[in-house]
Structure formats: C-alpha cells, structure tokens
Design a protein around this ligand. Structure first.
Ligand SMILES: *Cc1c(COP(=O)(O)O)cnc(C)c1O
Length: 381
C-alpha cells in the first residue's frame, strides 16, 4: 500500500472543488460585475426560485447566513421573549445562539446515538405551557426523525423550524429536508455541501406569511424604500454569492451522490478490516443522508486524531462539547441537566476526510491509518 505522505489527505479541499467549476464560476461572477446590481437583484431572485423548487417548497428567501436564516425563521414564526424552543443538545452553537438571539429559551434534549439527532421520545416530555416550537437539526446531513416530531408539534400546536445547514438534498421517505416544518434554515458557509465563496443563507417555507415576513425583516422591516413597517435588520444574500451558488446548485446532486458513494466505501472498508470498535454512521430506513460529514465514534478519540494528523490525515471533532456545556450558556437553567448520549458523542466523534473530489484510494489509506493508530494505542495501554 502506498505510504500516506504528510498533508496528503485533508479533511476538506475547497480548492479541488473550485478547479472543477472554475470557468463556470468566472462566467457567473463576470455576469454580475457587468450587470452592476449587487444587492437583491436577478441572481438572488433566480436562486430563491431554484432552491424552493429543489426542496419541494413554495418559497425561499436569501439571507446573509445560516445563523440569520435561523433567527429570521424564528422571528417570522412569532417566537420571542420567554418562549421555549425544544432543540437538540448536540449541534453547531448557532442553533442555540439563534434561539437566544430572539429572546427565547432553548430547552435541550438528548440525542439518539445512531444518527446523532434529537431523540423524539424525549421531545414530548420536554413540552411545557411555554413551549412554542421544536427546532430539529439534520446533523451531518442525516434527516432527524421528522414523523414523530411533527406529530408532537401538531398535538401541542407548536411550530417546527428545521436547521438544514448540513442537509441540503437530504431526504426522508422521498421528501427533502426543508419541506417538513413551518420554516427551514439553510447555510451556504463555504464548507457546507452547497457552499458560497463567503457567507450566505436561505429560509425555505411553504407559508406565504412567513416568507413575506422574512423578506421584510432582512431589509430593515421595509417593503417600500424608506418606509419601515417593522424593526428588521440588514441580512441580505448578495448577487455575487447567489450567482456562484446557482452554478454550484447545478452540481449538488452529483456531489451529494459522490459523498454517499465515498461514505459507503468507508463503511465497506471498516467492515472488511474488522474494526468493530469504530462505530460508523448508519442510514435509517427511508432516510437519504448527504454526508455533510462522515463521522465515526471511537474511544481514545483525541489520541487517534493526533496520530492521524502525524500522517497527514485531516480530521475534525464536531463537536467537542454539547451546546449546554458551552461556557456561554452556563447561566441557562436547562444547561445544568446531563445529556449522556450527547456527552458521549462529544468525547468520541471524529469526522474523517470527505468531499466529492476525495480520491477513492484515500479511503483505504485512512481506514488503514486508523487501524494502525488503534493498534498503537492498544500496545501502549
Ligand atoms: C453552519 C451551521 C449553522 C450556521 O450557519 P452559518 O451560515 O455559518 O451562519 C447553523 N446550524 C448548523 C447545524 C450549522 O452546521
């Protein structure tokens, strides 16, 4: 087997992707520069239509980031001070931050270890008279269990806001993430499956009032220039990013399929090597995951990660702490609870190199390196 040379297998490689679409991107950028309309022009409008159609929803509204997409979705759903929002304990910090940004209170629930998504069995128990919404995250690109979540929401009259930052193109039962809840927030952060060349986000919804409210809020509460009906913000997706995203949207299905193929190759390589101490990701029946991250779970994670780094294999820990364990949330009442599954995940998860341009040979090298690292760790124990 070829030696793994230092720096050879990065965790993600945006340059490799750019190289495959360089001309298309240059053409798109040139079109915007020549048009010289940089904010809320034809590219954003076209992208909004394309993303809505892609998700199987009626409306999409471009905003400045995934975080803003969450904040504006919450506001448009009428979530505000004193309201409780039930969410997972294990996600990127923006999920909780957005809830707090609108003055609401995140109520964290533990996850299911097999998909790392919020455990629907715990959601019902977390409902109180103050609960206004459930905010599931489709973590790593695997859909959360939407059926039970939606039925709890219906039973209690709650809003559902999907955090789709990691899940563009993921589906459950043939329905795409973003089409389940009252509103959904997408992120176009550069490393997401559909990444801009800067920040960007999108709110997707079937509800015309939510769409219209987000449209107004993203532009200073204004429908008409210099007339302000609400206190909004400045949160617009710009034309350059929209033009770039329209190019990349044409490739997203092929890229997501390639990620799925590489994920399967990892799974096969782990099975073949008999490394059953490494828990690799599964897909629930009916789920179509898009592997924003390929995340395994193993004991002695930090040591394995360091040994892989020595061999030039880039990995990532998403996330080393649950959200309620973050210092910024130490004063929250619900943060003092324990979340055994989420805490276990935060100690053991490791995301391996995965991006559509990753050469298939790299998979065997990574798995062999993990096997060596595990043997080293055992030998020194
Ligand atoms: C990336 C991400 C966000 C935030 O998106 P930004 O575009 O970086 O603001 C929110 N939630 C999750 C789960 C994310 O992965």
């Amino acid at each position: 087997m070829a030696p793994v040379t230092p720096g050879r297998i990065p965790h993600v490689d945006l340059k490799a992707q750019h190289a495959t679409i360089r001309q298309e991107i240059n053409d798109a950028i040139q079109r915007v520069l020549d048009n010289a309309q940089f904010i809320l022009g034809p590219e954003v409008q076209a992208l909004e239509k394309e993303i809505a159609a892609y998700c199987g929803a009626r409306f999409a509204v471009g905003v400045a980031s995934g975080t803003d997409a969450l904040i504006l979705s919450l506001r448009a759903c009428g979530i505000g001070p004193g309201d409780e929002v039930i969410t997972t304990c294990f996600s990127f910090f923006a999920t909780a931050e957005a809830i707090l940004a609108v003055g609401a209170i995140p109520v964290f629930v533990d996850i299911e270890l097999d998909t790392y998504n919020l455990d629907p069995a715990l959601v019902g128990q977390a409902v109180t008279p103050k609960t206004k919404a459930i905010l599931p995250v489709h973590l790593y690109g695997h859909p959360a269990s939407m059926d039970p979540i939606l039925s709890i929401a219906k039973h209690h009259g709650l809003r559902v806001i999907e955090d789709c930052a990691q899940a563009i193109g993921a589906a459950q039962g043939g329905k795409r993430c973003g089409a389940f809840g009252d509103a959904a927030a997408f992120s176009f952060f550069p490393t997401k499956n559909l990444g801009a060349y800067g920040d960007g986000g999108m709110v997707v919804t079937d509800n015309p009032e939510i769409a219209e409210t987000v449209r107004i809020l993203r532009a200073h509460g204004s429908r008409r220039k210099y007339h302000h009906d609400a206190l909004g913000t400045n949160s617009r997706l710009d034309e350059l990013q929209a033009a770039i995203l329209r190019v990349k949207l044409r490739h997203i299905d092929v890229w997501n399929e390639t990620r799925r193929r590489l994920a399967k190759a990892y799974g096969d390589a782990f099975s073949k090597s008999g490394l059953d101490t490494v828990k690799h990701p599964i897909e629930r029946p009916g789920a179509h995951a898009i592997y924003h991250l390929y995340t395994v779970r193993l004991r002695d994670r930090d040591r394995i990660q360091a040994l892989l780094a020595e061999k030039g294999i880039g990995t990532q820990v998403a996330y080393p702490k649950t959200m309620p364990a973050q210092p910024a949330l130490k004063d929250l009442k619900s943060a003092v609870q324990s979340f055994p599954q989420g805490e276990l995940a935060s100690r053991e998860v490791l995301s391996l190199p995965l991006y559509p341009e990753l050469p298939a040979e790299a998979i065997d090298l990574v798995v062999a390196a993990i096997q060596n690292a595990l043997e080293d760790t055992l030998a020194s124990a």
